[in-house]
Write a protein of this length. Structure first.
Length: 159
């Protein structure tokens, strides 16, 4: 028997299968509702976005997913890609409600996003993300860019 990872597991990100979720959850290939987006960011301890910003931004999602608890139909996770659909893709708004963390929901969402990129992003495109956690995104090949490049940002109220 080989020590190679089983195709379709989180340790094999080049898989062609549907992202695996535990029983009782469903991955949907759409961004969440505005209400769910705001609620999930808050629950995950992420910075707030105004309702107006979310209402304007979500329709511009290049590709997004959200995961629902099949029993309650409540969104418990979300992730999306934004960009110019050609040369730049930015993974953003990846969040899982704390009560549902540690069950593979984040992994399934990232598998879906990376699978979409493999099927749709042209060669030479740049894919980036800003992460507040260590050791999660690396399994899909993401690496720190500093010191070669540094992430920078500002809020519109600072302009």
């Amino acid at each position: 028997m080989s020590n190679d990872p089983t195709p379709g597991t989180a340790t094999n990100p080049k898989r062609d299968e549907e992202p695996a979720l535990p029983a009782g959850y469903e991955l949907r290939e759409t961004p969440p509702s505005v209400d769910a987006f705001v609620r999930l960011r808050r629950a995950a301890g992420m910075s707030e976005r105004s309702r107006e910003a979310v209402e304007r931004g979500l329709p511009n999602t290049t590709y997004g997913v959200h995961v629902v608890d099949a029993t309650s139909e409540t969104a418990v996770g979300m992730a999306r890609i934004v960009g110019d659909e050609g040369s730049v893709f930015h993974l953003t708004d990846t969040a899982v409600a704390p009560a549902h963390q540690g069950q593979g929901i984040g992994t399934a969402m990232m598998d879906a996003l990376v699978g979409w990129l493999r099927a749709n992003a042209p060669d030479g495109a740049y894919v980036d993300l800003l992460a507040d956690v260590d050791g999660f995104y690396e399994r899909w090949g993401f690496e720190r860019t500093a010191p070669a490049s540094k992430a920078m940002g500002l809020r519109t109220e600072e302009l």
